[in-house]
Unconditional design. Structure first.
Length: 193
């Protein structure tokens, strides 16, 4: 004869783990791997018909990232002791806030941006790394590659994590492409363009 404690009898850690699992089942969100494993790197890519200067401008306009990164509510540049650029991400999925700070390395000459979880900051993720690479192609096109690996530190089955991270990466790439197309249209409509 067991006792059903319900949600009130659960620890906040158990409730949080269940909440993250529900968020993962309903949409993209934080993803985890077993503690001993590195999070799996998922890649998405797309070719965009736009000048590389505009694509780079969209990518490095960090305050516009909520327009194309699913669940990202706000992003802010924060001070960091090592004088690196750090971005505080405030995300929300299915009512759950998941905030983290990523150190960023911008390589303008290579059209590359790399992000790595700032382990000295207060984070709701166990691990995170991501990168964006822009490659100019013939006929004014640009290949955009986005890699992402996230570990929420929560017990979530690996197959769910992979599927949802793939969906999130694909949605990010599509929304990024739409934002670039929108900006190209704005530039073309501007006087003197």
């Amino acid at each position: 004869m067991g006792t059903n404690r319900g949600i009130r009898g659960r620890s906040s850690r158990q409730v949080r783990a269940v909440g993250i699992a529900v968020a993962l089942l309903l949409g993209s969100g934080p993803l985890s791997q077993p503690a001993a494993a590195e999070p799996e790197d998922i890649e998405g890519s797309i070719e965009i018909a736009a000048p590389i200067e505009i694509v780079w401008r969209v990518l490095t306009d960090f305050r516009s990232w909520p327009s194309f990164v699913p669940g990202l509510k706000r992003i802010a540049v924060v001070e960091h002791a090592a004088s690196e650029l750090a971005l505080r991400h405030e995300t929300e999925r299915v009512g759950m806030a998941i905030d983290f700070t990523a150190l960023m390395r911008v390589q303008a000459e290579l059209h590359r941006v790399e992000l790595l979880l700032d382990e000295s900051a207060s984070n709701d993720l166990a691990a995170m790394r991501a990168s964006w690479q822009l490659t100019p192609l013939a006929s004014g096109r640009v290949r955009v590659e986005f890699h992402s690996a996230i570990d929420s530190g929560q017990p979530v089955p690996a197959f769910i994590q992979r599927r949802l991270l793939r969906e999130s990466v694909a949605e990010t790439i599509e929304r990024f492409s739409s934002e670039v197309e929108r900006r190209v249209g704005v530039d073309e409509a501007s006087p003197g363009a």
